[in-house]
Design a protein. Structure first.
Length: 188
């Protein structure tokens, strides 16, 4: 019978303190301003304790975004793999609109763009691993299609944030779905 290992409560508390402090710092400053020293001071841990959990600050970013990606995978996996694109679009925007302010800043702010783009590409790869409606195209053509869909979705979401979410979410989902499926001529 396999032995079940429990994670030490102190380890969980420390990781939670690191992540909560990180979330606060993301809301307050640019990526280049976040240091391990300041994060450790704010989380009330020693710098060496940080290194017990993460090799560098970028590893913390990647861990946080991997957790969010897993949440997205759970959300998108609730719909059939071959659901119409408009349904995937709805899940994407609904999921993103429900994120905490720190995630909005990671997605929106230019200083975090590298991390956000990796996050969005992992979402797209997951969607394509479930179902690839573009399989009849060459790999290069698929790259173009997926870049168009991925970058457009990201930038529409970023613009929605920049506009202070003045368009209701349902209207954003409908408009973006219409643009993706039929182009600009469909709304003129």
């Amino acid at each position: 019978m396999p032995i079940e290992r429990k994670t030490d409560l102190r380890v969980l508390k420390t990781k939670n303190a690191i992540k909560e402090t990180f979330e606060e710092m993301v809301c307050e400053m640019d990526a280049s301003d976040i240091t391990i020293k300041e994060l450790a001071d704010r989380a009330m841990i020693h710098r060496k304790t940080f290194y017990l959990h993460y090799t560098c600050i970028e590893a913390l970013y990647e861990d946080m975004l991997a957790e969010l990606a897993e949440s997205y995978y759970e959300a998108i996996d609730q719909i059939p793999a071959d659901a119409p694109f408009t349904e995937s679009n709805r899940v994407f925007f609904t999921f993103m609109a429900a994120q905490e302010p720190y995630m909005e800043k990671i997605v929106y702010s230019a200083s975090y763009r590298e991390f956000a783009d990796k996050f969005f590409m992992s979402m797209l790869r997951h969607n394509r691993s479930r179902y690839n409606p573009y399989a009849k195209f060459t790999p290069e053509e698929q790259n173009i299609i997926n870049t168009f869909l991925g970058v457009s979705s990201c930038n529409i979401y970023r613009q929605w944030i920049a506009d202070n979410k003045k368009i209701p979410l349902d209207s954003l989902i409908e408009l973006s779905g219409q643009l993706f499926m039929n182009g600009v001529s469909s709304i003129l």
